[in-house]
Design a protein around this ligand. Structure first.
Ligand code: TLP
Length: 347
């Protein structure tokens, strides 16, 4: 069987052996009764790591963001977020479909930020014609903006702006630990200014399933009920939480290796004729590249050829790819990926 070099996402990571062992040994109970000791331990650990009052384990980042928006907003309320936000692009419109929540979209800057002046302009005046502005969503690291991490200084400024306008702030921190490791700061220093934050265990941290929503105790009590409404109340899910605990305790610091691999991969890919790094790439564990229009090759065709070489990449546009490094990408894979691109683009 071919061993794939799978760079489509860090979501493809399988749990390492020691994680499987922790899962097998997990102490379990019924979490809908609040009786799963492993889930309770994960939630306490997550709240502590992010410096929040409480935390809630959920099946996915999408459900975490949705539960957060539903806890902050009612029907007809409005959420301000970027045009490249995951919640806007890739969450199936859940906030509108299930919550009647209206998105107000402003442009993301190349560095993943939203202009402070754009946030201010997006806030609605109190007028019966308008939706009610309730929430600002930020994303860190910012996936579609290249995996860039937003600084504490920016987060503070954006949060202050939102708060002055009476808005709450939710952070889609699916990869907040990548941002923290990138900047050499604790994750709590990137989230103390927001009201709620979702982070994912099943991306670079290698857990097979799960995300955690953190916030104040009152907020999490509300989100807990919403999780039940969404069908996300799980039973002996401590088997998953055990993976999450190991992820938080042992997989965070090593994320720096993924960032180093992305940098090395980008250096190699930047030398491949016909291939260009997207502006600003690489950042944290992501490399975004574009193939020259002159080659007359679509990303679909190119990805199909790369697959024959054992390399899987994510297609993000007509001629664009995203490559994401993660636990299972090793040093020796990097030249193999560069060579596969060279071969495919030269034929
Ligand atoms: N992102 C996935 C795809 O959905 C694009 C990926 O491969 O990167 N927030 C951010 C910033 C994300 O990148 C993702 C997943 C989520 C939320 C949703 O997490 P899940 O997949 O657990 O629902």
């Amino acid at each position: 069987m071919m061993e794939w070099i799978d760079l489509r996402s860090d979501t493809v990571t399988l749990p390492p052996e020691k994680m499987r062992a922790a899962m097998a040994a997990a102490e379990l109970g019924d979490d809908v009764y609040g009786e799963d000791p492993t889930i309770n331990r994960l939630q306490m650990l997550a709240a502590e790591r992010l410096g929040k009052g409480a935390a809630l384990f959920l099946p996915s980042g999408t459900m975490g963001n949705l539960a957060a928006v539903l806890a902050h907003c009612g029907r007809g309320d409005e959420v301000i977020m970027g045009d490249c936000a995951h919640t806007f692009l890739y969450e199936a419109g859940g906030i509108a479909a299930l919550g009647g929540v209206h998105p107000f979209i402003i442009p993301n800057q190349a560095d993943g930020t939203l202009k402070i002046s754009d946030i201010k302009r997006a806030v609605r005046a109190p007028d019966a014609h308008f939706p009610t502005s309730k929430l600002l969503i930020l994303e860190n690291t910012h996936n579609r903006c290249g995996g860039v991490s937003l600084t504490r200084a920016y987060m503070l400024e954006a949060a202050r702006t939102a708060r002055e306008a009476g808005l709450a702030i939710h952070l889609d921190g699916a990869r907040i630990f990548n941002a923290a490791v990138d900047q050499g700061v604790p994750a709590s220093a990137l989230v103390d200014m927001v009201d709620s934050v979702t982070f994912c265990l099943s991306k670079g941290l290698c857990a097979p399933v799960g995300s955690v929503l953190c916030g104040s105790q009152d907020f999490i009590a509300k989100a807990h009920r919403i999780r039940k409404q969404l069908g996300g109340g799980m039973r002996q899910a401590g088997v998953l939480a055990a993976a999450g605990i190991l992820a938080l305790e042992e997989m965070v610091d090593r994320l720096i290796e993924d960032h180093q691999h992305a940098t090395a991969l980008a250096a190699g890919l930047g030398e491949v004729p016909g291939l260009r790094l997207d502006k600003g790439s690489p950042k944290t564990n992501m490399v975004y590249v574009e193939i020259d229009a002159g080659l007359g090759l679509t990303a679909q065709e190119c990805a199909a050829q790369l697959r024959k070489e054992g390399v899987l990449v994510g297609i993000t546009g007509e001629r664009h790819f995203r490559l994401v490094s993660h636990y299972w990408i090793r040093d020796e894979h990097l030249p193999m990926v560069v060579n596969a691109f060279k071969k495919v683009l030269s034929t």
